[in-house]
Every structure is written in structure tokens, then in C-alpha cells.
Design a protein around this ligand. Structure first.
Ligand code: PEP
Length: 242
């Protein structure tokens, strides 16, 4: 089953999130795996009877004196099942390193939360044909010393496509996802799901659905618009039925 992961980032005020919840609680799909990642402060507002709850981040340590951080155990106890790690915004704007990401993945797996590891290249790296070298390094360093990687999901998110309206061609997405899957299969002897993320919306999802090795999408901007969320679910369900 494909996943649709909605990353609200740092959006929605109290009234807006309550309005969104009213709408989303009516959505039912037994054909896609819907994951909603609101801001931390709203996580417990979501009832998640027809979708899973995801976090946008997790702290690096198990517990203790770390003001402002939230642990994997705390997330687990309020029903969080997935957690985005290594989003490019955190890597670039908050100096999140591969070592920090590795620690976060460890804690998440210890608490049975599925990490959604974001990987992807900048435009300069793409132009220099470095896409796969970058991704390989991000994967290897994130997976370092982790025994149960089977429970990780990868999100291929070209940094230049995030929030820009630019989307790679279907063929480029297919090739990169194939490279990621083949690499992980070869080096780690396991098959992981790979999502695509970067300017996915209700207009382009039908075209993206033609790529036959994508296991779903990580959506930022369009996830805030409930009408778009509904259309994206409909498009994915139609493909599932076909
Ligand atoms: C993201 O932030 O992970 C993302 C894919 O954003 P957008 O859909 O807005 O490009």
C-alpha cells in the first residue's frame, strides 16, 4: 500500500488546525496509508482513527536535561507511529548533521516509531551529477550501526524541488529511486519503501502516479489545503484500483 505523508511544517494556528482536523476526520481510505505530521503542539489534537500520526522531528537523547526537546518515548506514548528525520530544512537551517540523524533514528527504532529519512541533492549537486553520491552518503551515515533498518522509510526529496514548484521528470525520479532501492538491497540486504517529495500537489500527482517504483509521497505545501489533500487521495486510490 502506498503512503501519503503530510508535513505541515510550522503552519496552522489553533483555529486553523481545528478546522483541518474536522475535515480530515471524515477522510477514510483503506487503499492508502495516510500519515499526518502536524506541529508538536497539535499532535494530541489529532484522533488518528483513520490515519497515522507522524512527528516532524524528535530529540537526539532518550530523556533528561534537554530544554525544549521531545523524546521518542514521549512521542510513542501519545500515539506517534512515524517521524520525519533529516529533512533538508533542518539539515540546512538548523545544522542537523548525519550523526544527529543517526542518533534520532536509533531512538525512534528503539521505540517502534518508523523513521522517514529524507535524502536528496541540491541543484548544484544535481548539475554536477552528484545526486547519487550525496544520497549514498546520507543513507550510509544515517544507517551506521543500526541493526533493524528494515523499519525505515526513505523519502527522496531533491532540495531544489521542495517548495519551489519544480519537479524532476518522471524518468529522473524513477532512476534515482531505483538506484536507492538497488543500493539498499545490495549493501543492506533489505527492501525499503521509497517515497518521493518535492512540490507534489493535486495537479501533478496524476502524472507522478505513472512512476511504477514510487511507494508514496511526502507533501509539504499542498498538505495544508484540505481540498488538495482529498484530491491527492482520490488520485492515489484511482491508481490503486486500476
Ligand atoms: C517537504 O517539505 O518535505 C516538501 C516536500 O515540501 P513541498 O511539498 O512544499 O515541496
Amino acid at each position: 500500500m502506498k503512503s501519503l505523508v503530510l508535513n505541515h511544517k510550522m503552519n496552522f494556528n489553533y483555529d486553523e488546525v481545528n478546522e483541518y482536523i474536522k475535515n480530515i476526520n471524515d477522510v477514510k481510505s483503506n487503499k492508502i496509508n495516510l500519515v499526518i505530521c502536524p506541529s508538536f503542539i497539535y499532535l494530541s489534537f489529532f484522533k488518528y482513527n483513520n490515519y497515522y500520526l507522524g512527528s516532524q522531528n524528535v530529540g537526539m537523547m532518550e530523556k533528561g536535561a534537554l530544554t525544549g526537546e521531545i523524546s521518542a518515548l514521549q512521542l510513542k506514548k501519545i500515539g506517534v507511529r512515524y517521524c520525519i528525520v533529516g529533512h533538508s530544512e533542518r539539515r540546512m537551517l538548523l545544522n542537523e548533521t548525519n550523526e544527529m540523524i543517526n542518533k534520532k533514528i536509533n531512538h525512534l527504532l528503539d521505540n517502534n516509531i518508523i523513521p522517514i529519512l529524507c535524502v536528496g541533492e541540491t541543484l548544484e549537486e544535481k548539475k554536477a551529477s552528484l545526486t547519487f553520491d550525496i544520497i549514498k552518503e546520507e543513507i550510509d551515515r544515517a544507517f551506521s550501526n543500526i541493526s533493524n533498518i528494515d523499519n525505515i522509510i526513505i523519502a527522496y526529496e531533491p532540495i531544489w524541488a521542495i517548495g519551489t514548484g519544480m519537479v524532476p521528470t518522471n524518468n529522473d525520479i524513477f532512476i534515482t529511486i531505483k538506484e536507492i532501492k538497488d543500493y539498499i538491497n545490495g549493501k543492506y540486504s533489505t527492501k525499503l519503501k521509497v517515497l518521493y517529495g518535492g512540490s507534489v500537489n493535486s495537479e501533478n500527482i496524476n502524472v507522478l502516479e505513472d512512476i511504477n517504483n514510487v511507494d508514496g509521497y511526502l507533501v509539504g505545501g499542498a498538505s495544508l489545503d484540505f481540498k488538495q489533500v482529498k484530491s491527492m487521495i482520490t488520485a492515489m486510490e484511482a491508481k490503486y484500483d486500476s
